[in-house]
Design a protein around this ligand. Structure first.
Ligand SMILES: C[S@@+](CC[C@H](N)C(=O)[O-])C[C@H]1O[C@@H](n2cnc3c(N)ncnc32)[C@H](O)[C@@H]1O
Length: 353
């Protein structure tokens, strides 16, 4: 058996998303849904009876969420738009994009339980261009954003990545190899899955508990749902085509702004600041010369790397500032007078706004 062994192919609708995830050679989404008996068996091993929140990074039809007793708030990600399990707050997207958005804007989001049955042997492309094994990406995310859970994966991959071994942070208290064909039809007899149960160690190295002095904190359902809605809106927005820059000039030479939700949530912009940025839309660069607060806000967004400014827009703003500000215009005139290119580049002028 190899770690790239795939279990089956299924139809899918989000073609672009699939291509982005590296599902190029075939259309396999690894849709092997976990039988309820296996999900319940593993859920029973977790050190928590009635979790307040539960998460599955590739939730399919929801088996790993519905196995929890009680009425937890359920959160899932699923690439296949046609899978919409009832009662689950699903984000339909490539889970890697969601992992990246959570890491970016909600790094402290913590579910009580995160269970996963990962798509085997995939290489997923990260934003920085590097690729990552699907099991490793999933494992890192669930152990960073939950207190305990179970994971089902390709046994060879799990062991190669040493996921089945406990670390200072994570206690893997159950691991077993099992034959895959006992759960799914049509698989080669030698294909083995690894099933494991894990829990975070608390600060003192002890086990997690849902209440009492050893309780490890988690994001309450209300706050987790608000965050999940924000993450979903970021993902939905980013699926659409976006302009290349946050501030750019239209064909008539007027300013345009594109204020991404990611930057809005990450920077915790106030409604007043958001309004200020939106008012830039359709504004002539000269109009900005009397808007020092808006310029300061733009400067702040650009300098922290969250906002991009089209060079032509930057030049137009600088030109407008120079026209109304004698210091700038004198400086440009004197440089032109000397018959050489201005040594102060637009970026430098930008710092003088
Ligand atoms: C092995 S099934 C497990 C489903 C469910 N967790 C369960 O145990 O029944 C893997 C699921 O991952 C979905 N999937 C595949 N690649 C994905 C990706 N990059 N992001 C999110 N979901 C993905 C598939 O559509 C499929 O539903």
């Amino acid at each position: 058996m190899t770690t790239t062994e795939s279990r089956s192919s299924q139809s899918m609708e989000s073609l672009q998303e699939c291509l982005d995830t590296g599902h190029t050679s075939d259309v396999s989404l690894e849709q092997y849904f976990t039988p309820d008996s296996l999900a319940r068996e593993l859920m029973d091993k977790l050190p928590i009876r009635h979790p307040a929140t539960i998460f599955d990074p590739q939730c399919g039809e929801g088996a790993l969420l519905n196995c929890a007793p009680g009425w937890p708030a359920k959160y899932g990600i699923e690439l296949d738009d046609s899978k919409n399990p009832g009662g689950v707050q699903v984000i339909h997207a490539n889970c890697l994009r969601v992992f990246e958005a959570v890491t970016d804007v909600a790094p402290t989001l913590r579910f009580v339980v995160a269970n996963a049955n990962v798509p085997f042997g995939r290489r997923w492309k990260m934003r920085n261009g590097e690729s990552i094994d699907s099991t490793l990406a999933t494992w890192r995310f669930v152990t960073n954003h939950a207190n305990c859970g179970f994971l089902i994966g390709n046994a060879t991959t799990i062991e190669k990545l040493l996921i089945h071994e406990s670390t200072e942070k994570i206690d893997v208290f159950y691991y077993e190899r099992r034959q895959a064909f006992q759960y799914w039809d049509g698989l080669r007899p030698e294909l083995q899955i690894g099933v494991l149960c894990w829990k975070r160690r608390d600060a003192n190295g002890g086990p997690v508990a849902d209440s009492g002095p050893n309780a490890v904190s988690f994001t309450p359902p209300g706050a987790a749902s608000v965050t999940w809605i924000q993450i979903r809106s970021i993902i939905e927005e980013e699926k659409l085509t976006r302009p290349q820059f946050n501030i750019f000039l239209d064909h008539a030479g007027f300013l345009k702004t594109y204020l991404s939700q990611r930057s809005t949530f990450k920077l915790k912009l106030t409604p007043e600041q958001i309004g200020r940025l939106h008012r830039l839309n359709g504004c002539h660069p000269l109009g900005l010369t009397t808007e020092k607060e808006t310029r300061d806000l733009m400067k702040q967004l650009v300098s922290c790397g969250l906002y991009t400014l089209q060079p032509q827009a930057q030049e137009a703003i600088e030109r407008a500032l120079a026209d109304v500000n004698p210091f700038h215009s004198d400086q440009r005139l004197s440089l032109e007078h000397l018959g050489r290119e201005p040594s102060i580049q637009p970026q430098h002028w930008f710092r003088q706004w």
